[in-house]
Unconditional design. Sequence first.
Length: 289
Amino acid sequence: MCKNSCWICNGSNIKKVKQGIEKEISPNDFNITDDRYGTTLAIYRCLDCKFEFCPETIDLTNMYENMEDDSYLETSQSRSIQAKKIAKYCHKFIKKDSKILDIGCGSGLLVKEFELLNYDSYGLEPSNFLADKGIENNLKIYQGTLDDKNYSNEFDFISLVDVIEHVQNPLDLLVKINRALHEDGSFLVITPRRDSFFRLILGFKWWHYRIAHVGYFSKTNLLQIMKNAGFEIIEYKYATWFLPLDYILNRLIKYLPFIKFRFNFKKEISLPINLFDSSMIIAKKVKNL
């Protein structure tokens, strides 16, 4: 695959649609809570399948290994509610005594929730900072990525929550997940949906346009790449997130630059947010690749 061929359909009908940030980037630019919406690497669009991606050569592994995000830890209470909801949703698709892997697990919030449901739960996290936080809480988390492992028929269920948009070879990642699953294994993926209402309204100011995101999927091309990786779609929904009220308000006023006030509530008040712009898919492995 050449540098500027489409990561989904491998087509060469590619057009650059957005200039990238000009300053030198650092691990801080890849923080989970980065709120510089519209600040991205150079974005190209496949005119055939409409996938958008950032082919610029970046050492993403180094960026994520050295990323430290204290703000992410500060919002753990609300994110734990979200993790509990995701685990409960997945529970009906997972058989008893299953072995589970959460890829890109952060500090292990979802790993913990799966463990509380009596699954043999593991996590992979590239950030040394976040992986260490999970390990300190006695969670079975390994620092690294799926590229560091050689899993084969190892897990009954794998979750990939807000991760696939961060990698520059999404098909390769999905194929490795396929190999890591048992024959009847299933798989959860959550990722921003580019062909959503708010993306159409906000354009490149949409909150999911960020430096850390290098792939932007529509519903159609996400389903296609999953099919190409040997998965059958079982259910498609939109993800709901739980975030602190002041966190939400401070991000909303990013779109109102004349407001300089910043909210900071003493007590964390969590709210559910579903703007129908995050795909949530349960899929089943149907063939080995």
